[in-house]
Design a protein around this ligand. Structure first.
Ligand code: HEC
Length: 188
């Protein structure tokens, strides 16, 4: 299976982690004028959740993954509404456990101790949706979906993203940034 990191592209990854922070601020527009760093710091300070430190490209990738998770939940609900168990199974597989998903979650949580187990528990719970769909058991699929959504809710209640630069990331994790391909690499 293709590593999720591969889609990032090593060059794009390195470019985004180093240069983006050094680049001059873009000319203010109505959208960027309100996004001053102090305002972002103020918002971070108001948010008492535990920070998950991430490099810029990792943070972008995590949010992209999250939007995919939401789309998968929507597809599960739509398939359940028409009793399409094969469709439920296909959609649930998108948020289910896989080795590549586990590797990615391990990197995402490298600077935040309990984040990775929380993430893996979510993917394992999502697997129970597929199990129920295979058994064509609609009530079980609905309760598995509810249990899965509980893990989304619990993680969002506890964690927030915090974008950090390369120096901070290295200090927190003693790790280089994730490479384009982790085939054969066992995460710690
Ligand atoms: C292990 C933790 C974890 C789990 C489980 C999790 N999320 Fe997230 N999610 C996050 C974090 C952290 C953010 C960033 C939130 C922040 O900084 O405010 C996020 C953000 C999001 C966003 C916003 C994306 C954006 O573009 O800004 C969506 C949508 C989302 N999650 C959906 C889901 C759904 C749906 C599920 C479950 C099916 C889920 N998440 C499960 C940690 C998690």
């Amino acid at each position: 299976m293709t590593s999720p990191w591969r889609s990032l592209g090593l060059a794009a990854f390195l470019g985004a982690t180093g240069r983006r922070e050094a680049a001059p601020a873009p000319a203010p527009t109505s959208a960027t004028a309100t996004a001053a760093p102090e305002a972002a710091d103020e918002a971070q300070a108001m948010d008492a959740r535990t920070a998950v430190p991430l490099l810029p490209m990792m943070a972008e990738h995590q949010k992209e993954q999250m939007r995919g998770h939401l789309a998968a939940v929507q597809a599960i609900v739509a398939a359940l509404a028409r009793n399409d168990f094969a469709g439920v199974e296909t959609a649930a597989a998108k948020i289910g456990y896989s080795d590549s998903m586990a590797q990615m979650c391990t990197h995402m949580g490298a600077a935040s101790p309990d984040f990775t187990p929380t993430a893996l528990a979510f993917h394992r719970t999502a697997d129970t949706i597929g199990d129920a769909a295979r058994a064509k058991n609609r009530p079980a699929a609905l309760s598995a979906l509810s249990a899965t959504l509980e893990t989304c809710v619990a993680c969002h209640a506890k964690y927030k993203e915090q974008v950090v630069n390369q120096a901070t990331w290295t200090k927190l994790t003693s790790m280089p940034p994730p490479m384009g391909d982790h085939a054969g690499h066992e995460p710690e």
